[in-house]
Design a protein around this ligand. Structure first.
Ligand SMILES: NC(=O)c1ccc[n+]([C@@H]2O[C@H](COP(=O)([O-])OP(=O)(O)OC[C@H]3O[C@@H](n4cnc5c(N)ncnc54)[C@H](O)[C@@H]3O)[C@@H](O)[C@H]2O)c1
Length: 305
């Protein structure tokens, strides 16, 4: 197996005080990278740094809410001040404000878009500027979600932000290819504060916290496990082994890694001189309409009792 050595590389991981971000920061540090831990929560950011340094790694905390250009500049600036450069950015910070469309307020919408979509844009832009100046390439790891890939009931703001983030990865992989900066969206699924409230998974997460392993139908079937399961993907993407891997959406969770398809036309029909409403009504059901797509995240398949 190839060895993954990130010694000398410097990473910023947003929202890395707890959950998936913490696991990404710890995995990067365990493979030799120096890490700027970021969170809005002082206490968890400091605890994250302590967990990394006590394990022999290098980390500092920069406590600031991502979203604005100022926050992005502070994060990139801290990496450069503290460790001299920036090689890896993981835009992981996130929140949920779930409500159905007709109940969602402007504040619910704006808060989620500001953290996920604008936070990803501002941090990636600041990182791309620095990496292009350094002239030695780099790695941008953006964080998508099954909700963004498929749509999800009650997640207007979050699904839109995450779909936008997958689109960022495709666009920036083209724009930054010449600078040898790879850009991928990862699509994680794991037991964290964000998911432990999902009623179907709650009893299994509770059992896991008491030291019981998650059953195979979750780890393999649903690709659902711990944050540490997802974290393996991050040092890999930051390494030489993934230098030519860019523009992809990669699912990770439990025992599973998966490649998501990108949207593309799957069927077409033609009318000489163009379509009319009447000819569409006539031909649609038996032509392109014969392959209508499903929406939503498939419900978990529980084993039969
Ligand atoms: N848990 C899952 O199964 C899952 C699935 C798909 C996508 N994701 C995504 O993974 C990321 C991490 O999720 P998680 O489950 O670990 O969540 P989490 O709630 O456990 O952790 C998120 C962290 O981000 C921090 N944070 C929130 N807003 C911030 C901001 N503006 N600036 C800096 N830090 C901020 C929080 O304080 C928290 O420590 C999110 O982008 C989430 O949407 C998670």
């Amino acid at each position: 197996m190839p060895s993954i050595d990130l010694t000398g590389k410097v990473a910023v991981v947003t929202g890395s005080g707890r959950g998936l971000g913490l696991a990404y920061a710890q995995a990067l540090a365990a493979h030799g990278a120096s890490v700027v831990v970021n969170d809005v929560d002082d206490a968890v950011a400091e605890a994250a740094v302590k967990s990394i340094t006590e394990a022999g790694g290098k980390a500092v905390a920069e406590v600031v809410p991502v979203g604005t250009s100022e926050a992005a500049d502070r994060l990139v600036g801290r990496a450069v001040e503290e460790f001299g450069r920036l090689d890896v950015l993981v835009t992981n910070a996130g929140i949920l404000r779930d409500k159905v469309l007709w109940k969602m307020t402007d504040d619910d919408f704006d808060a989620v878009i500001a953290t996920h979509l604008k936070g990803t844009f501002t941090c990636a832009r600041a990182a791309a500027i620095r990496m292009r100046e350094q002239g030695e390439g780099g790695t941008l790891i953006l964080v998508g979600s099954p909700a963004g890939q498929r749509g999800n009931f009650g997640q207007t703001n979050y699904a839109a932000a995450k779909a936008g983030i997958a689109a960022f990865a495709r666009t920036w992989s083209m724009e930054l290819a010449r600078a040898n900066i790879t850009v991928n969206a990862i699509v994680p699924v794991a037991a964290t504060a964000m998911t432990e409230t999902i009623p179907a998974f709650a009893p299994y997460i509770e059992a896991m916290k008491n030291g019981e392993p998650l059953p195979d139908f979750l780890r393999k079937g649903e690709g659902f496990g711990t944050p540490e399961d997802c974290a393996a993907l991050v040092p890999f993407l930051a390494s030489e082994a993934a230098r030519s891997l860019t523009g992809q959406a990669i699912g990770i969770g439990g025992d599973k890694v998966a490649l998501w398809s990108h949207p593309q036309e799957i069927r077409a029909a033609y009318a000489d001189g163009g379509w009319t409403p009447e000819s569409l009504a006539d031909a649609f059901p038996t032509s392109v309409g014969a392959e209508l797509q499903t929406v939503g995240i498939p419900a978990p398949k529980f084993p039969e009792a």
